[in-house]
Ligand binder design. Structure first.
Ligand SMILES: Nc1ncnc2c1ncn2[C@@H]1O[C@H](COP(=O)(O)OP(=O)(O)OP(=O)(O)O)[C@@H](O)[C@H]1O
Length: 975
């Protein structure tokens, strides 16, 4: 018979049922393993016993499946129950999932096919990683009928307390399903096996059962120890579980991170995909561009070819252009030369004669015309007056009264071109008052004069040449009234106030300038007209008998032209003077008085000066009287320069047709003829190339700088001279002071010598007195001793010179000392063969052994101080005296101390002398340094140095003088 009591399927089934009742799943692999192993051992024992019993009790084969299997199920469940408190509840789905995952992880799951059921899941109890799980809906309920073989087995009760006891057979269990609730309700671990026989009946069996019980007891204990181990394992399991949880969490977080990365990567991949798409598009574009580039390359090659062709053609054109330009410049030059040759042929000074028509008054008076204008076309003017002698005048042009302003300007316009070509031009009108000068030059609004038309012509030509030459035009208007220059472009706000008066300044060789003159820049004729109107309105006009609006001044329009050739860079500067002279008049005829008379006189004088200049030029006089009057002086730069051959001049000689004015007209005509007769060389073009102009400006600037530097040098030289003078003065003073110092020093030396001699004399006197005292006190030996002493001191006649009546009283102390010495000397005298010579103290220096009482008169006699140290007080001398050795001390000591006092005296003298020398030596180098500083630098810093050094030196000198004076006073009387 096969034993199927421990059919794992059954255990699983029972277990499932228990778990169904609790609706929980409790698993713990190690515990289950342990429980299983323990259980297996118990079961093995039980099964062995049961087999034995069953062999003995064959009839009682029927065993309740419930009784036989429940203990095992309980044990398993108890193990599971133990786990129950540890593990968390899980819902069914989680359990299934978890179980499946665990099962998959273990890999020990067996699928058994039951006889009745199709397929069920079963877990092996012997598996080391067994996890008992139940409650799964896929595990069906099992009954005892499912294992009918088990019912035939005897039932044993396996208990830890009582061992395995054979209790009873299960009755009526053949068809009764196992009630698991009855057995699984208790958590107590017990194995109950129903026995088919009772213990009481079989004692042997009982004994064996007891043994079994003991064995079970052992097993229980073992079980307890194992349960403890189990608990520890449980703890470790928990830790492992926690670790697992943490790891799972970590894995989760990693999974999350991985998921994020995956997302990012997916994004990245998507962007990569986009990029690759774009790249593809770009590649396509690139291909297109490459194709286009190829096409462009081809085009570029074609273009290069074209550009080469164009460049060559352009070069050709440039060459042609250059050639044309050169030709044009040459042509222009040629034209200018030819033009100027024509002008030269015509003459640099041209004189046009214009006769005004008879005015209404003259017509009314029935005045007759004095000139014949029939040959005017040929420039001839014939005087037809019967009164005057007939004379023909030849001018460049003669304009009859019928000639209008246009006719006049036809021959004048060429001068405008000359101005723009760089020539100075002067156009002026000359004639008697009221002959139409102003009319010719200025004209009226309806009949514009030469001024306006010339400027108009200038701007016309400028406009023609604007592509080649750039011009700048400025205009000044001034008048010379009563020999005063006035600027007529000064603003009209100064009405009623005298216009600004100007002065002429020479700014260079033959160049004059009027500083402060207004130069109005004009760029078109409207501006020109405005300027001309302003000048005209500001001019001094007066009424005379000859002319209602007579000009009382010379009016000058100066048009300055600056030209720059844009092709060649040539620069030109030229001037156009348009001058309306005041009319000459005869005072007797016009009967002017007062201010008008003065004006007339000035006008006539200036015109006379002009006539003189022209006469001088005409006669080629070496002296041209340019500077007699301001008017011609001013004209020197322009008009008169024209007469010198540098410019071109056009003179309008205005005449009156009236026969009554014939004499004045003839004067004017004669003057004009003289002007025309002046022989002039060819006009010089005022060309200044840009470089020449630049160099001229540089030269002018350097000249100016040189002037400034010359001025500075002069100032510096003056300063240096002044400093030298001061330096010499100071050196002289220094010399005088040094001489004084030397004198004082020599005086000081003399005084010192005298003082020393005096002191020596006194000391010698005192010494003599002392020697005399000694001689008197030791009469027998005196001669011998003194001779010895005098031999040493080279003073053999001292005693002889000493007066014999000198009386010196010895103090008691001295007497005692001398008595002792006398005793000794007497002894030696009585015994002349004594080897030891007589000890007589040597006197070194000038020290004396005189007593204090004896020195006092000597001290009082001293008239002068024997030291420069200012200590001539009585107390000091007393101290000095008291420090002298007393008579009580031995002579040797006295001599040393007296020698010391003498040394003191000498050292004091030496010190004073050294101080003097130091003072002198300190003065000498400073003087040397001072000299160097003064000689090297001459600026303000040097002056400060000199002042500081002088101050120092003066102070030192004063101190020195003060010291000398003090010393002298001390030496003299100690005041
Ligand atoms: N050619 C002319 N045609 C018509 N009128 C003229 C002509 N010349 C001069 N006149 C007139 O003669 C008068 C005097 O002329 P204007 O003032 O120009 O003389 P002037 O020589 O300037 O005199 P002054 O020297 O006194 O200034 C004016 O009224 C002027 O209009």
């Amino acid at each position: 018979m096969e034993d199927n009591r421990f059919d794992p399927l059954l255990i699983t089934d029972v277990h499932r049922q228990q778990l169904h009742s609790h609706h929980q799943i409790r698993t713990h692999t190690p515990i289950v393993n342990f429980q299983t192993s323990v259980m297996n051992e118990s079961v093995d024992l039980c099964s062995k016993k049961a087999e034995e019993i069953s062999l003995q009790n064959q009839p009682n084969e029927a065993v309740s499946a419930k009784d036989s299997m429940n203990p095992i199920g309980n044990d398993v469940l108890d193990g599971a129950t133990g786990i129950e408190g540890v593990l968390d509840d899980r819902n069914v789905k989680e359990e299934i999932t978890w179980r499946n995952s665990i099962s998959e992880a273990i890999g020990t799951e067996d699928v058994l096919e039951d006889e009745d059921e199709n397929v069920i899941r079963r877990l092996s109890l012997t598996s080391p990683d067994l996890v008992i799980c139940s409650g799964s809906p896929d595990i069906p309920s099992r009954t005892c009928e499912d294992s009918p073989k088990l019912l035939k087995q005897p039932s044993l009760e396996l208990s830890f307390e009582y061992g395995i006891t054979e209790r009873s057979r299960v009755k009526d269990c053949n068809h009764t399903p196992i009630n698991t609730n009855d057995n699984l309700g208790s958590s107590e671990t017990s194995f109950e096996l129903l026995s088919l026989a009772s213990c009481e009946e079989n004692d042997e069996d009982c004994e064996e059962l007891m043994k079994t019980k003991r064995a079970l007891e052992m097993m229980r204990r073992e079980h307890e120890s194992k349960s403890k181990e189990c608990e520890e394992a449980l703890k470790s399991l928990r830790e492992l579980q926690n670790e697992l949880m943490r790891k799972s969490m970590h894995v989760g977080s990693l999974a999350f991170a991985v998921e994020g990365q995956v997302k990012e990567k997916s994004k990245w991949f998507s962007s990569l995909r986009d990029m690759s798409r774009k790249l593809k598009i770009m590649k396509m574009d690139q291909i297109k561009l490459l194709i286009e580039a190829e096409a462009y390359k081809k085009h570029a090659a074609d273009m290069n070819d074209m550009s080469c062709i164009i460049q060559s053609r352009f070069n050709e054109q440039v060459a042609q252009h250059e050639d044309l330009k050169i030709r044009f410049n040459e042509g222009a030059k040629e034209r200018k030369e030819l033009y100027n040759k024509i002008q030269d042929l015509k003459g640099n000074i041209r004189v046009f004669c214009r006769c005004r028509p008879l005015n209404s008054e003259e017509i009314a008076e029935g005045a007759s015309v004095a000139f014949d204008f029939e040959a005017a076309k040929d420039g001839e003017l014939r005087v037809k007056s019967n009164v005057a002698f007939k004379k023909n005048f030849k001018f460049d042009s003669v304009f009859s009264p019928e000639a209008n302003q246009v006719n006049i300007f036809e021959d004048t316009s060429s001068f405008a071109t000359s101005v723009l070509d760089g020539y100075n031009v002067c156009i002026f009108a000359y004639g008697q008052t009221g002959t139409g000068k102003t009319f010719t030059m200025e004209g009226t609004n309806e009949n514009r004069g030469v001024n306006f038309r010339t400027l108009e012509e200038l701007f016309r030509v400028i406009d023609e040449r604007k592509s080649q030459i750039r011009y700048e035009i400025s205009v000044s208007v001034l008048e010379v009234y009563n020999e005063q220059i006035r600027d007529l472009l000064v603003p009209s706000s100064q009405t009623g106030v005298a216009a600004k008066r100007l002065e002429i300044r020479q700014v260079g060789e033959g160049l004059h300038h009027v500083p402060g003159l207004v130069e109005a820049e004009v760029s078109n004729m409207d501006e020109v007209w405005e300027v001309l109107k302003i000048g005209s309105s500001s001019r001094v006009v007066g009424s005379t008998n000859a002319n209602e609006h007579s000009s009382r001044s010379h009016c000058l329009h100066c048009v300055m032209v600056k030209g720059e050739n844009l092709v060649s860079g040539e620069c030109t500067r030229s001037k156009l003077w348009l001058v309306d002279l005041a009319g000459s008049e005869r005072v007797a005829k016009t009967e002017v008085q007062g201010e008008r008379l003065k004006e007339t006189q000035n006008i006539n004088r200036s015109l006379s000066a002009l006539g003189d200049v022209i006469s001088a030029l005409a006669t080629k006089s070496p002296h041209i009287p340019f500077r007699y009057f301001k008017f011609p002086w001013l004209f020197k730069d322009c008009k008169f320069k024209s007469f010198s051959g540098d410019s071109k001049t056009l003179m309008f000689v205005q005449i009156s047709p009236n026969e009554n004015d014939l004499s004045e007209s003839l004067c004017s005509l004669n003057f004009a003829s003289r002007v025309r007769g002046i022989e002039l060389g060819p006009a010089k073009k005022q060309i200044e190339s840009s470089e020449v102009l630049k160099y001229k400006q540089m030269a002018e600037r350097y000249r100016h700088e040189m002037k400034n530097k010359d001025l500075q040098m002069k100032k510096m030289e003056d300063n240096i001279h002044g400093l030298d003078m001061k330096l010499k003065e100071r050196e002289l003073k220094n010399k005088i002071l040094q001489d004084k110092v030397k004198e004082l020093e020599s005086q000081l030396l003399v005084e010192r010598k005298l003082a020393r001699q005096h002191v020596d004399t006194k000391i010698a006197e005192q010494q003599m007195k002392d020697d005399l005292v000694l001689t008197l006190s030791r009469q027998p030996l005196a001669a011998f001793k003194l001779l010895n002493s005098n031999e040493e001191n080279n003073q053999p006649n001292i005693i002889q010179q000493e007066p014999p009546h000198a009386e010196v009283k010895l103090p008691p102390a001295v007497a005692a000392r001398d008595l002792v010495n006398l005793d000794e000397s007497m002894e030696k005298e009585n015994n002349p063969y004594l080897t030891e010579p007589l000890k007589i103290p040597k006197r070194n220096g000038r020290a004396s052994i005189c007593m204090t009482s004896q020195r006092a008169p000597v001290r009082s006699v001293l008239p002068r101080r024997n030291s420069l140290i200012p200590l001539p007080t009585t107390t000091t001398i007393t101290r000095f005296v008291t420090t002298l050795p007393s008579v009580e001390n031995d002579e040797c000591c006295m001599d040393e101390k007296s020698n010391g006092s003498g040394k003191k005296l000498m050292s004091a003298l030496r010190q004073s002398l050294n101080k003097k020398n130091q003072f002198k030596s300190s003065l000498q180098p400073r003087r040397a340094g001072l000299n160097v500083a003064v000689r090297v630098s001459i600026g303000p810093r040097a002056r400060r140095l000199v002042a500081a050094a002088n101050g120092r030196r003066t102070k030192q000198q004063q101190q020195h003088n003060c010291c000398m004076e003090k010393e002298r006073r001390w030496n003299i009387g100690g005041k």
